[in-house]
Design a protein around this ligand. Sequence first.
Ligand code: HMG
Ligand code: MG
Length: 303
Amino acid sequence: MNKLPTRVKIIDVGPRDGLQNEKQPVPAAVKIELVHRLQAAGLKEIEVTSYVSPKWVPQMADNHDVMQGVKRQPGVRYSVLTPNLKGFEAALADAPDEIVVFGAASEAFSQKNINCSIAESIERFAPVVAAAKAKGIAVRGAMSCTVGCPYEGEVPPSRVDYLAGLMKGIGVEHVGVADTIGVGTPKKVQAAIEATLKHFDIDHVSGHFHDTYGQAVANTLAALEMGVWHHDTSVAGLGGCPYAKGATGNVATEDVVYLLHGMGIDTGIDLDALVDTGAWISEQLGRSTNSRVARALIAKRKG
Ligand code: HMG
Ligand code: MG
């Protein structure tokens, strides 16, 4: 436990990963309000939207409106997904602080998600990374399917090693180790992180765990024990990837904040305000929250 960080940076990916899979169009005004509520609750990084094909992911077609509608707060970083130069050029008009290129440790997922092989994806990302750096925009790389793939099954750490090396080779500054379909368990997740640490130091690695099998809090703790102090989470546990059928949302931000505060780890986030935000967006979507902590705290409030 000696590597536990004393402070953790939470990146709320709810507006992007959380909402991208919603079948009904979510109005841009609701997405904007979600970003506003998250920043008011103390989030310092928010993944706002993605610049992908609207044919592939219709829910993110309002990327410009959302980014333009957000009243930015100093000290908050706004990140967006850009799979290729077309997406990056579209994003530039909205001045993101960070762009995210997203690859996969499994070939089949790369094909299904971004319609190209891993090697081709790296060729597409390279000019995006170079262009972003030239403009002083931070660059993150998301690595999907680092423990399991919906099409190929178990993914060995050697695949993560390979992808992390390719990401490093094109100048990606920080990578996220994603369990896209939430099948991971702590030792498998630690092995994926270990493979990543061959290429990136601990300050440039984040955890991104979906909670399909209810393992995401355990996996977050396993990553924390290795010293990983950046974590992608989604308020109310919203979300899923359209190209990973059956995969549910990210680990709920409320659950991770409760875990961290309970362990004396600082996040700068107001848990009560976060619970209110999760309750609000769940109501907008007409469903109940996926956060166990939010459910418990709301029940306690009602007394
Ligand atoms: P493609 O069809 O191979 O692209 O798609 P293309 O270059 O052949 O172009 C085909 C058409 O798409 C053209 O339009 C392009 O202009 C357009 P047309 O002439 O047919 O009208 N196009 C674009 N439009 C808008 N923005 C763009 C763009 N690029 C091309 N950037 C592409 C390749 C990557 C675009 C496509 O496969 C796509 O959009 N995929 C969606 C991927 C996605 O958003 N997945 C979910 C996010 S990843 C995720 O959730 C995982 C993560 O959370 C980590 C984890 O949990 O694992 C990050
Ligand atoms: Mg994800």
